[in-house]
Design a protein around this ligand. Structure first.
Ligand SMILES: Cc1cc2nc3c(=O)[nH]c(=O)nc-3n(C[C@H](O)[C@H](O)[C@H](O)COP(=O)(O)O)c2cc1C
Length: 181
């Protein structure tokens, strides 16, 4: 099987990391790949904030009610921003960049996990985007799609197995009609 298929099979969300910091080479690979991600009309509407400051990571971990607490113990995160005035499909562009970061992390032997920020809230109903903007000083015209927690893996996950994939979600030529009663 091709190298990329194996990479995709082994990429699983990692939420526990060692304290080891990422190297310059790892950062160059990660951010270089993010900057090569395709964007609609080539507008490159995204921007990225690399966060390694432990106190900022602790604050980011509290940006929403569920699914972000583990960021407090990650050695790094990349916050994925986009400018909606540059692209009307900024969600797609920023999602592709987020996916590229996840796959590059796996290729570097690192663990990573997408943490959704857009459309998420804190327990008291504050927008997670506003919380992240305030913590990192991000201007109001930029949207915050996600953050990617990154680090050396401190957990094991089984790779996807071809026989367990949801092949029934793949249709040939036309969508199948439901069988007559
Ligand atoms: C759009 C999107 C948002 C996600 N948001 C979160 C999140 O906020 N917190 C989290 O721990 N995982 C999050 N994940 C990771 C998913 O939970 C994970 O990809 C899914 O359970 C499948 O597991 P796998 O990545 O190990 O294959 C998100 C994934 C995607 C694609």
């Amino acid at each position: 099987m091709s190298h990329f298929y194996d990479l995709a099979a082994h990429r699983r969300s990692m939420r526990r990391f060692t304290a080891e910091r990422l190297t310059q080479d790892e950062w160059a690979a990660l951010m270089g790949t993010a900057l090569m991600s395709p964007s609609s009309k080539g507008t490159c509407c995204w921007q990225f904030v690399v966060v390694e400051d432990p106190e900022l990571l602790r604050q980011l971990a509290q940006c929403k009610e569920h699914g972000s607490a583990f960021v407090a113990d990650a050695p790094a995160a990349v916050v994925v921003l986009a400018d909606p005035s540059v692209s009307d499909v900024w969600v797609e562009d920023a999602s592709v960049a987020t996916t590229y970061l996840l796959l590059q992390a796996e290729d570097c032997g690192l663990g990573a996990c997408w943490v959704q920020v857009r459309r998420r809230e804190t327990v008291d109903g504050t927008s997670a985007e506003d919380v992240v903007r305030r913590i990192l000083g991000i201007p109001g015209h930029l949207r915050v799609l996600s953050l990617v927690a990154l680090g050396h893996k401190a957990m094991e996950r089984k790779p996807f197995q071809p026989e367990n994939l949801k092949w029934d979600k793949v249709h040939l030529n036309v969508y199948p009609t439901s069988s007559p009663e």
